[in-house]
Design a protein around this ligand. Sequence first.
Ligand SMILES: Cc1cc2nc3c(=O)[nH]c(=O)nc-3n(C[C@H](O)[C@H](O)[C@H](O)COP(=O)(O)OP(=O)(O)OC[C@H]3O[C@@H](n4cnc5c(N)ncnc54)[C@H](O)[C@@H]3O)c2cc1C
Length: 409
Amino acid sequence: MQTDSNNYDVIILGAGASGLMCALTAAQRGRRVLVLEKANKVGKKILMSGGGRCNFTNHFVGAENFISNNSHFCKAALNRYTQWDFIGMVERYQIPYEERRHSQLFCLNSAKDILNMLLDECANAGAEIRSHAELVSVSTAEPNDASSSRYQLVVNQQNTAHEFTCESLVVATGALSIPTLGGSGIGYDIAQQFGLKLTKRHAGLVPFMFSDSMKQLCEKLAGLALEVELSANKISFTENILFTHRGISGPAALQVSNYWNPGDTITLDLLPGVNAAEWLLNAKQNQTKNLLRTVLSHKLSKGLVAELQWLWWHEHAEKPMAEFSDKQLISIGERLNSWQLKPSGTEGYRTAEVTRGGVDTAGISSKTMEAKDQAGLYFIGEVLDVTGWLGGFNFQWAWSSEYSAGLAV
Ligand SMILES: Cc1cc2nc3c(=O)[nH]c(=O)nc-3n(C[C@H](O)[C@H](O)[C@H](O)COP(=O)(O)OP(=O)(O)OC[C@H]3O[C@@H](n4cnc5c(N)ncnc54)[C@H](O)[C@@H]3O)c2cc1C
């Protein structure tokens, strides 16, 4: 392999959402910036996000939309660069967008609009971006009179080893989710190399799987979507779920997966906002001759009701409502409002939208994203132990955390 040498003020590892934003912020301040991206293309997750329309932020963003060992850590960055700042840039570029349910903002045309905007801003500010550039090693360099470089990098670019030095090194390499879109653990390795701690990591915003009879039920209902209230560890979301061949997906399942740990049960309320026991007792008075499945079919799909009948009252399938005891109806009503399920696991990093956990924020300045005990080393975006809900919050964290770093590097 041949070698060459280059010095920059700032080197950013990873040309995803946070890396590109950091590059433009730092370059606009006049810093000499290089972004190194291991993949053949930059911003792959941006392009895939939001079903190709990129849910780039949300009208309402607060610390309560994020999960972290330190729930206060994200506040300074979120206040410094808000959703309105990013929306302002989107509007300056005249990118058409729409507000969907739960105040989520999506591109009307394509996620490409967001990526092109970031690339334009990088180009205008003079940030250099190299793809096919994978980090081989990083070590500290001794600053001297001739150079203020603190870090020395060896990078493999198409079988050539390039050496770079920089004053500030920003780790924006994302996390473990979807390896085919660039997910990697390199950011954690760098953190550990420099003595930073990691929190436990799990796949987040990810579908649930089942291995027992529930798996068979899910297979039969695959494709069915319905609005439910789904909860884990006392956190609830009222949204759609989608039955799949492996288990349950859909927004409510993805949201709840962020709060679920292996072995926990989840609680499914199939009739949110309805006291199902009371409703069934009323139906016993008013629809005396109807079958229970007929009554339920007014609120739930016939396929789902058939499966519930098999599980909960198949011996009484042909009995009219009037012949059910109150106790039986109350018990069925309670299960409709509070169905306890035990997932065997999640689909894991292969399909997860994010990684929950990451570089422990205890070692990071919340004002600048710099490692407290390692001058010039910064961590931004998903590599940190800050995980957003579904709804544009993960991109907002990328934009906000990069901005704090972009002003400091
Ligand atoms: C399918 C999907 C859809 C999503 N949709 C949304 C959505 O609509 N809204 C939302 O808010 N969030 C969404 N997310 C989450 C969001 O994409 C991430 O939270 C966000 O991209 C994180 O930004 P990041 O810059 O930290 O990491 P990334 O965007 O993952 O960027 C990291 C970059 O680092 C590169 N890299 C990795 N290792 C190296 C290395 N060794 N050397 C050099 N480069 C390296 C990677 O190739 C990648 O380009 C979605 C995620 C997925 C997977």
